[in-house]
Ligand binder design. Sequence first.
Ligand SMILES: CC(C)(COP(=O)(O)OP(=O)(O)OC[C@H]1O[C@@H](n2cnc3c(N)ncnc32)[C@H](O)[C@@H]1OP(=O)(O)O)[C@@H](O)C(=O)NCCC(=O)NCCS
Length: 470
Amino acid sequence: MPKTFENITNIVLEAADKARKEIDADKISSYVSAPVEWPVECTVGPGLEGAIACETKIGYVSGKQGNLVYRGYNIFDLCAHSTYEEVAYLLLHGNLPNAERLSEFKSKLAEFRYLPKTLRLLMGFPLEDMNAMAALRMGTNLMRQHQTERDLMQAKVDRTKVISSDDDSVDTHEKVRGEQRAVYEFRDPKANRPARRKAKRDLQQAKGVESCYHLIAGVSTLTAAIARIQRGSLPIEPDPELGHAANLLYMMTGKRPTREAERVMDIALILHADHGMNASTFAAMVVASTLSDIYFSIGSGIAALNGPLHGGANEEVLKTLREIADPKRVDGWYASARKNRRKIMGFGHRVYKAYDPRARVLAPLADYLVNKSGDAEAKNLLKIASGLETRVVADLGASKGIFPNVDFYSGLMYSSMGIPSEMFTPIFAVSRVAGWTARVLEYMKSNRIFRPRATYVGEISRGFTPLADR
Ligand SMILES: CC(C)(COP(=O)(O)OP(=O)(O)OC[C@H]1O[C@@H](n2cnc3c(N)ncnc32)[C@H](O)[C@@H]1OP(=O)(O)O)[C@@H](O)C(=O)NCCC(=O)NCCS
């Protein structure tokens, strides 16, 4: 193992050791639930807290212990010993790839990283004035250039089975069938059934998986291109010799990254690849559950990830640290934030009521990179971050289970690698696209359209007031 790789791996192993001392590893399996018997009884809180949307074998988050598992493998082991490509394959296919499968997968990603048509379309828009996540979402939707299986299926409507009122749409030699042709747009319900089954199968078969590979590769190319265009440069072609993390850095900066930077980015991508039924994963799955296609579905995931309560928090954290500006101001700033009931970005989590295992790895990595960079401003921000962590955990750790989350240290880490803050959330998407696609594929095996309900608490019977009398 190269020396620089070893340094970074040792940081991960130390963080893992520390975490394992605090996590009771023996208890982990006891928290995994038995298969669900539908309909299931559970207590649901606001924001669907506690609701069970589906069963999954993809990933497990233990909020009580601060533990994260992908397909049975602990996140610390994956960070220490694998690559993003292996992890993405694992999430999608259920097992770690052997050398042959990994090499096939990498070749596919290398092929799909070239997106000349999508980039040509995307560059027609004023990207330099756009929010990077808005540009990424648009680019992802533009990747859907060819007809997908879904479009092809819709185009294959069997005219003999449709009901139509539009005479032009019916072959003239056919006898008029009057009433039966009353509504052209809707297909005969019986004709629908095999079509629906076909659409489900498509996502499970090779074509569906290829679209997932296409998106995993493409979201990275788009992110790098957006980063460059926003800074007045042209996109750079991917380098087929480089892996996923290295290519992302290369396509953003135009320079082949050091082995150390590549390794750090690889670990960051592994850490963000999947995380239970979070808002963006659920958004992607809701869209897929309508049998819309995977490009629209991932576009929705990107939209949901953009919010400051979700993936957008990493950018907000740096703003907070800059606002505090001086380690000596942490206490005063914190007191005033609490007084104003302000949420402190990068802390708290719907599931974790313990230290987020991803932050356990990111914190020492940020510390290592910032100190190595020797950058005075970064060192100052790191000091502020560490002071803020101490302050928040002392106040809200035991009482409310509020600890640093994945977003607290990732921004500091990325900025010490020279990555501009508006690219933090798009990089989150680059990684999470593996989890989104894996979970959509899994859900499609027994798809049912998502349709929760809202309790109506409005008025039920108001007399209509004409406009003139209101
Ligand atoms: C992640 C988050 C949205 C989870 O939300 P949630 O499960 O709905 O939790 P709530 O917002 O209901 O918070 C529960 C309590 O903890 C407090 N709390 C939660 N996160 C807090 C934070 N970051 N700073 C201060 N207080 C916080 C809330 O004020 C609330 O207090 P109350 O019981 O006195 O009303 C929330 O913790 C948050 O907004 N964090 C900051 C944004 C962030 O870092 N997001 C990235 C998540 S990975």
